[in-house]
Design a protein around this ligand. Structure first.
Ligand code: AMP
Ligand code: MG
Length: 416
């Protein structure tokens, strides 16, 4: 048996980021930049006020205090979106709202809370005035042009994962299209003569749970999931289904048919397809991995595309996706950080196990209490018990041995 780390490293070594493509910015959430972004604009584009208040010349407010307010003539009002037309001269102020451009002459803003209006003026605009109760310092509450970004500044480097704030920044510098690694299109095929998609089941039949689960895992991971139905347990049909899938997708995930049973045809089908593949990277690797669940895995690289032959038991499929397929798909999406997220947790109860030479990935529920994760095993750990697994938020990595005692630390891989 081979270790999880060895298999994951082999798979990651076989996949590569998808060729960059230009996409509309607003379709790029979660995608990875394939080129640096340099700003062609200043942000903010002009000096403006961070506060509602009065644009003043700081020298005019020298010595101002609650006990000694300074009166300034108010010569105008500036709202956000207005273009200033009036200059602030000696002893003058302009009433100004957050985001409005700083008028010429002014070098500071006094926030409205530190002023009182001179009511004596009534409606006579010529006598409009304000009492300033605070001595401003030049630059107070002024956001300078280019304070956030300058022209020519490196905004984001290639490899950046575009999160919502990144899209906002790109909009602020009018970047409408971005060069990114596209979302991998990932096909999903279930295999098995016993499977029905929905509705009534006949003798020996079960409903296909892996396909909806895997499609949802792919979608939630931010990739494009392609539902390719059920392939039956015959080698020719399976080969044709996989060949067709490879024409339509960047990667393929199958479930079932990778054990040592008489009707496990996935690796045979993949062998057939690689036989006439001239690509030197073409390969079919059939692994027995020292983990539980998800011991068997067939990984192939066929027609330039990776195929993940996951085991059929639903919990095994889920675990295998998390530890092998997800990191590889992230790499294809251009993500540089492909490793699963693992946290340190405290076992709320014992997680006993037997020595068997394998790493156990026990499904655990996680609670975050006072900043610490507490892990407790879900009610059943059998590899077909998907209903029990549905309650899990993590995979406890229980090393070979006799298990983890209550209160012990345990590493837990977070589920999405
Ligand atoms: P296999 O790896 O094909 O031998 O399948 C192992 C077990 O997983 C068997 O009990 C299958 O019936 C079950 N199984 C395989 N595929 C699915 C699926 N898509 N949904 C639910 N159970 C499955
Ligand atoms: Mg099967």
């Amino acid at each position: 048996m081979i270790t999880l780390d060895e298999v994951r490293a082999a798979i990651l070594g076989a996949v590569a980021p998808l060729a960059p493509a230009e996409l509309p910015r607003d379709e790029a959430l979660g995608l990875v930049l394939a080129a640096d972004v340099v700003s062609e604009y200043q942000v903010p584009p002009f000096a403006n006020t961070a506060m509602d208040g009065y644009a003043v010349r700081a020298v005019d407010t020298a010595g101002a205090a609650d006990s000694a307010p300074v009166r300034l003539r108010v010569v105008g009002t500036l709202a956000a979106g207005a273009a200033p037309t009036t200059t602030v001269g000696d002893g003058e102020a302009i009433r100004i709202m957050t985001g409005a451009p700083m008028p010429d002459g002014a070098d500071a803003v006094v926030m409205v809370e530190r002023t009182t209006r001179d009511d004596d003026a009534g409606t006579d605009r010529a006598r409009d005035g304000v009492f300033v109760h605070h001595a401003a310092v030049a630059g107070d509450h002024v956001r300078p042009a280019g304070g956030d970004l300058e022209i020519g500044e490196l905004v984001f480097t290639a490899g950046t994962v575009l999160e919502p704030a990144h899209l906002g920044v790109l909009a602020s510098i009018d970047v409408q299209r971005v060069l990114v690694h596209p979302r991998p299109r990932v096909g999903v095929i279930s295999t098995g003569d016993e499977l029905v998609a929905a509705g009534a089941v006949g003798p020996g039949q079960i409903r296909d749970s892996n396909r909806p689960m895997l499609l949802a895992l792919i979608t939630r991971a931010g990739f494009d999931a392609v539902n390719l139905g059920i392939a039956r347990d015959d080698e020719a049909g399976m080969t044709a289904a996989i060949a067709d899938a490879l024409d339509r997708c960047d990667a393929l995930i199958t479930s079932g048919g990778v054990s040592v049973g008489d009707f496990d045809f996935v690796s045979n089908a993949l062998e057939q397809l690689t036989a006439d593949d001239a690509d030197p990277r073409a390969r079919v690797d059939w692994y027995q991995i020292a983990i539980r669940p998800a011991k068997p895995l067939c990984f192939a690289f066929v027609r330039g595309r990776p195929v993940f032959g996951l085991p059929g038991n639903p919990v095994s499929s889920l675990v295998s996706f998390e530890v092998f397929a997800r990191p590889a798909l992230r790499a294809m999406a251009g993500q540089r950080d492909t490793q699963p997220r693992v946290v340190l947790a405290v076992a709320e109860e014992a997680m006993p196990r037997k020595v068997d030479g394998k790493l156990h990935l026990d499904r655990v529920a996680l609670r975050l209490v006072d900043g610490r994760y507490l892990a407790s095993g879900v009610r059943a750990q059998a590899s077909n018990a998907l209903a029990a697994t549905a309650a899990a938020q993590g995979l406890a990595l229980v090393p070979d041995g006799d298990g983890v005692a209550a209160g012990d630390d345990v590493m837990v891989q977070l589920l999405d």
